[in-house]
Write a protein that binds this ligand. Structure first.
Ligand code: MEV
Length: 276
């Protein structure tokens, strides 16, 4: 991206199954997508003033008085369940602290993720780092081979709530039976289980009216869709993972309704240093 700079890119992610339940130790299936965030860093060059997550991340990563110049480009919509904060935290740590061990980098990313998300399961930071397609449970993960190589993501609008707030909402109810059933879906995942997974997420109270309306219309034409991050109830619920055996039918509906959507490929590489 820039000569003389350390450049790092990190992918976004989708959760195919297991969001929220994964916070309670149930498994989740996550995949890295082909939309990346890129950061180019020049050490010793005066930074402009950063705010929000970048400001917090720099306060954790840099020594007092240390200055850097950052250029950040992202193809990931912010706050839509596609792991933009995990990609940002990971790329920043990798770019600013290349000589740290992977464990030390992970610890820093976790601090930044927890600042953004409250109590996080760690699935986002693991998939963004490792890439591919993984089954994640209680901090441990293993690659999974699924036949699904592409996904259609429909934008139901940006949630008003943060991931941390949505996780807290669920924690207040802690509906064990629903969480357990979501975990079982992640254990036996196939696209056909998206509908049941969505139904359970609705019972969990993480899917807003706007997203439910889109999902019902997809179901009418024989398809299915689910939220693929923390969701949201007051406004949008982020990106919806949509599936139909006849993808043409789904795309026709999306175009008719003028919904915004992305076609992404799954199983993409994790964080990496880019050549300038
Ligand atoms: C967010 O992408 C997924 C959640 O399960 C939170 C987490 O796992 O930390 C909602």
């Amino acid at each position: 991206m820039e000569k003389g700079a350390v450049t790092v890119s990190a992918p976004g992610k989708v959760i195919l199954a297991g969001e929220h339940a994964v916070v309670y130790g149930y498994p989740a299936i996550a995949a890295a997508i082909d939309r990346r965030l890129i950061i180019a860093v020049r050490q010793g060059k005066k930074s402009k003033r950063y705010t929000g997550l970048v400001e917090f991340a720099l306060s954790q990563i840099l020594k007092p008085g240390e200055v850097v110049d950052l250029k950040i480009k992202s193809k990931l919509p912010i706050g839509s369940g596609l792991g933009s904060s995990a990609a940002l935290a990971t790329a920043l740590v990798w770019a600013l602290k290349p000589s740290l061990s992977v464990q030390a980098k992970n610890r820093l990313v976790k601090i930044i993720e927890d600042y953004q998300h409250g109590q996080s399961s760690g699935v986002d930071q693991v998939i963004v780092r490792q890439g591919g397609m993984l089954k994640f449970q209680r901090g441990k993960f293993k690659p999974v081979k699924l036949k699904v190589k592409q996904a259609i993501l429909i934008d139901s609008g940006r949630p008003k709530e943060t991931t941390g707030e949505m996780v807290k909402n669920v924690a207040e109810k802690k509906p064990v039976t629903i969480l357990k059933k979501i975990g079982q879906i992640a254990d036996n995942w196939s696209p056909g289980l998206i509908k049941e997974n969505e139904w359970l997420l609705e019972q969990l109270g993480v899917v807003g009216q706007k997203a439910q309306k889109i999902i019902r219309q997809i179901e009418v034409i024989g398809g299915m869709a689910k939220v693929c991050g923390a969701g949201g109830i007051k406004a949008g619920s982020g990106m919806l993972l949509a599936h139909h055996q006849d993808q043409g039918k789904l795309l026709k509906l999306i175009k008719q309704k003028h919904w915004r959507y992305l076609k992404v490929s799954l199983g993409e590489p994790g964080v990496r240093y880019e050549k300038n």
